[in-house]
Design a protein around this ligand. Structure first.
Ligand code: 8YV
Length: 311
């Protein structure tokens, strides 16, 4: 008998094929499965979900046999880890395998804003070359990069930034000792001391809107904000106002509140590069993430602790 598993959002086709081979998969996003899912809930022993999607306590509590939640991502902001633990449910993420790709995307967004990649492309397609001047960009070399949240990904962003000749500093909730980068006492102090502020802090109740109007003001009129963390860590009202009134110079954003239905004001915000949550979205990394989801599930059903359990 194959164990029953709830798949909250689609994964790569070949990963889903392997899920189907080993589990009876119920797809939460598939309207046509709604009735059969209701009947299957008491039997469901595993959940597979995305980092940005998670699963609510309401759903968790509908599944009395649930023993493991395998997250296809590193974010656990959409899962109540303590509640899962109180039910003896292991929550396992894809810790480690997406670090480099997310860091690469942070750098890509930064260079994209500084070197005006999107507006340069639009200028070419509009046939403006030779007819209209294209404005000069900004060099990253010698600029100060502030990293808000110095976890694995933050460190990988910093290492890359050094290759571009940038001077790295950071703010982190808990002290970090294994770095020579300058530690700033608060997000405002970090922003004051940065030309580019890259946000890669975990989204929690404490970090909600941690990038607020004060932080943006401290970043200043030449400053650029990069967000590769979660939409919720930035006050979007304050950010839109800051972009429109020149409080900051620009932004590169991969994540938003209420994805994919983001605020339409972002489409017309000046000097703003937008991506549809692509941090870990490469073929190589999504394969590695999918494999880790499968191994975490396999470990659970072999009676072992899933290797990357986080709660
Ligand atoms: C993924 C993420 O896009 O790791 C995370 O927390 O948000 C991303 O890597 C997501 O988990 C895929 O659903």
């Amino acid at each position: 008998m194959k164990p029953d598993l709830l798949l909250v959002e689609p994964m790569m086709e070949f990963i889903e094929e392997r899920l189907d081979a080993n589990y009876t998969v119920h797809r939460l996003y598939d309207e046509s499965q709604k009735e059969t899912l209701e009947a299957a809930l008491p039997k469901i022993r595993a959940v597979a979900t995305g980092g940005g999607t998670g699963i609510s306590n309401e759903w968790i509590d509908k599944m009395p046999s649930l023993g493991v939640i395998a997250v296809n991502g590193v974010g656990t902001d959409r899962i109540d880890l303590a509640h899962a633990r109180s039910r003896n449910i292991d929550v396992a993420t894809t810790l480690g395998v997406l670090t480099d790709d997310v860091a690469d995307l942070g750098i890509a967004l930064m260079l994209g804003v500084l070197r005006q990649i999107a507006s340069g492309d639009a200028y070419m397609r509009a046939g403006k070359w030779g007819k209209e001047a294209f404005p000069l960009g900004t060099s990253p070399k010698g600029k100060r990069l502030g990293i808000l949240g110095l976890g694995q990904i933050g460190k990988a962003v910093g290492r890359r930034a050094e290759v571009f000749g940038m001077d790295v500093r950071f703010w982190n909730r808990s002290p970090i000792t294994d770095t020579s980068w300058k530690s700033c006492a608060s997000p405002v102090e970090l922003a004051e001391d940065s030309d580019i502020l890259c946000v890669i802090v975990a989204a929690t109740a404490q970090t909600q809107n941690i990038v607020n109007a004060d932080v943006l003001k401290a970043l200043g009129p030449k400053g650029v904000l990069i967000n590769i963390a979660r939409g919720s860590v930035v006050d979007e009202d304050a950010l839109l106002a800051a972009l429109n009134d020149g409080t900051i110079a620009g932004a590169g954003l991969d994540v938003f509140v209420n994805e994919p239905n983001i605020r339409p004001e972002f489409y017309s915000a000046p000097n703003t590069l937008l991506l549809p949550h692509q941090g870990s979205a490469t073929m190589e990394t999504r394969i590695a993430m999918g494999e880790l989801v499968l191994s975490n599930l396999e470990a659970h059903f072999a009676g072992k602790k899933p290797p990357t359990t986080v709660n």
